[in-house]
Write a protein that binds this ligand. Structure first.
Ligand code: OOG
Ligand code: NI
Length: 460
């Protein structure tokens, strides 16, 4: 007999706990949540077809709970332990993001649920970056940062104990799960007491603002939480009306009839009061912000290559992301090459789709005729339908844009492109999953299910 709480439920509790904490720490996040809830409600009222689609896909319920967060870790040990802690909640490392290209000295993965059922319950994901100390040029500063980081303990002893217990016994009971969520949440709390002196903070800031953010504190404070909107342009327009200063442009693809991948906007990081170690001098730190996102179809490798090529084209036109109207016009013009039609996207295999029986009676008739399984024919006859699979991951260029707009100042340090997936996986002590393979699996599983239904109805 097992009285273990499902890991999906633990994740659901954790995402609620994080949201409640961030709402307290950053009140503007509460404003953002209300704004997104209002816009989602209005969008669904205006668009009953979208409502029905989300309902059929089992996605309507997840919209309100849906969000992602981001943290920045300092050492390989922190990353490896974080993987074990997230695993208790059914969150696994997916994808590798190299942000050094954009002058941000980190690489990252996203911890998230991977199977369809888990994603429907609560898709909470955490974009998790690891600082690359080897990219700090000054050896003395590098050594100092390393020494500071080696001394901190970002998990509570009880969180580690419960993680170990879950690993050994295969789960946690209700009481342990509640305690685990409480303990795990502590890791992401804001601490206004820096662990470094004013002088050290200055040195770290000069190396890179992000380095200062990671190295100067007791733990990896959650730096933003992002609710999912159904209309990001409406959200972007509404932000200033509610006193939230939005960044200039929405990152990602342009507005389309059929959204693809991910579009994101954010408000600038707040200046928060901190106290330095040593003399207790007062200072300020800007790192924490708010973000909104809209999710669309997951793209195949071919679709993603087309997206990357078009985005590259827009950005090479200069002034990328700097001037709102102009940038949007260029983005829209260049992306005209990406078909905005579900049939074309499916036929050209640019996006992943989930197939489902739409008309069971007609399926039974087709099967009874004795004809072999022909997916294309069933689609043509509207017996089977294909709906885009939602993108559950992140985009490195967008992530870099979000990083940059929130680091303050015109930070444009450049590091050479420097992907180091193997180093990252060594730190993680596990491989990261390939997101494209996960979407392909989902698509194939849906086709297999339709085929089995069909074959079960065929005459023996
Ligand atoms: C993470 C930025 C990446 C996103 O939504 O692309 C991210 C960070 O600033 O630590 O959250
Ligand atoms: Ni984000």
């Amino acid at each position: 007999m097992s009285s273990f709480v499902n890991s999906d439920q633990i994740r659901d509790l954790f995402s609620q706990s994080m949201s409640a904490m961030y709402r307290q720490e950053v009140p503007q996040y509460g404003t953002l949540l209300e704004l997104v809830a209002d816009i989602n409600r209005a969008t669904l009222e205006r668009n009953p077809e979208l409502r029905q689609q989300l309902q059929e896909a089992g996605e309507l319920d997840r919209i309100d709970v849906e969000r992602h967060g981001a943290i920045r870790l300092g050492t390989p040990e922190e990353l490896a332990t974080m993987r074990r802690v997230f695993r208790v909640m059914g969150m696994h490392p997916v994808g590798y993001y190299d942000l050094s290209v954009a002058g941000v000295p980190v690489h990252a993965t996203a911890f998230r649920p991977v199977d369809d059922a888990a994603l429907r319950i609560n898709p909470f994901r955490v974009f998790t970056s690891l600082l690359r100390l080897e990219l700090i040029a000054d050896p003395a500063l590098r050594a100092q940062a390393q020494e500071i980081l080696a001394q901190r303990r970002i998990f509570t002893p009880r969180a580690l104990e419960l993680t170990r217990q879950c690993e050994l016994e295969g789960g946690l009971d209700a009481e342990q799960a509640a305690e685990f969520v409480h303990e795990a949440t502590q890791t992401f709390r804001w601490h206004s007491e820096a662990t470094v002196s004013h002088d050290t903070h200055q040195l770290l800031l000069a190396a890179h603002r992000l380095i200062a953010d990671v190295v100067s504190f007791k733990g990896p404070h959650i730096n933003h939480l992002t609710p999912r909107t159904l209309d990001i342009d409406a959200a972007q327009a509404e932000m200033p009306r509610r006193g939230v200063a939005a960044k200039d442009v929405v990152e990602g693809p342009p507005r389309r009839r059929h959204p693809i991948l991910l579009r994101q906007t954010s408000f600038k990081a707040l200046e928060e009061a901190i106290v330095f170690a040593g003399d207790g001098a007062a200072g300020a730190h800007t790192a924490r912000f708010g973000e909104i996102e809209q999710r669309g179809a997951a793209l195949t490798a071919a679709g993603r290559a087309l997206y990357d090529r078009l985005l590259g084209q827009v950005r090479s036109m200069g002034n990328a992301g700097s001037t709102g109207n102009d940038y949007e016009a260029r983005l829209t013009a260049v992306f005209a090459e990406f078909p905005d039609d579900l049939e074309a996207m499916r036929e050209q295999q640019l996006a992943f789709f989930r197939y489902a029986v739409r008309d069971p009676a007609a399926l039974a008739r087709a099967a009874a005729s004795g004809a072999g399984f022909d997916l294309a024919a069933l689609l043509r006859e509207h017996i089977v339908q294909a709906r885009p699979i939602i993108y559950e991951d992140f985009l490195p260029v967008s992530a870099a844009g979000i990083f940059q707009s929130n680091l303050g100042g015109a930070e444009q340090k450049s590091y050479a492109s420097n992907a180091a997936k193997e180093l990252f996986e060594a730190a993680l002590q596990a491989p990261v999953a390939d997101e494209i393979a996960l979407y392909a699996q989902s698509q194939q599983a849906s086709i297999d299910a339709v085929r089995s239904a069909y074959e079960a109805l065929q005459p023996a």
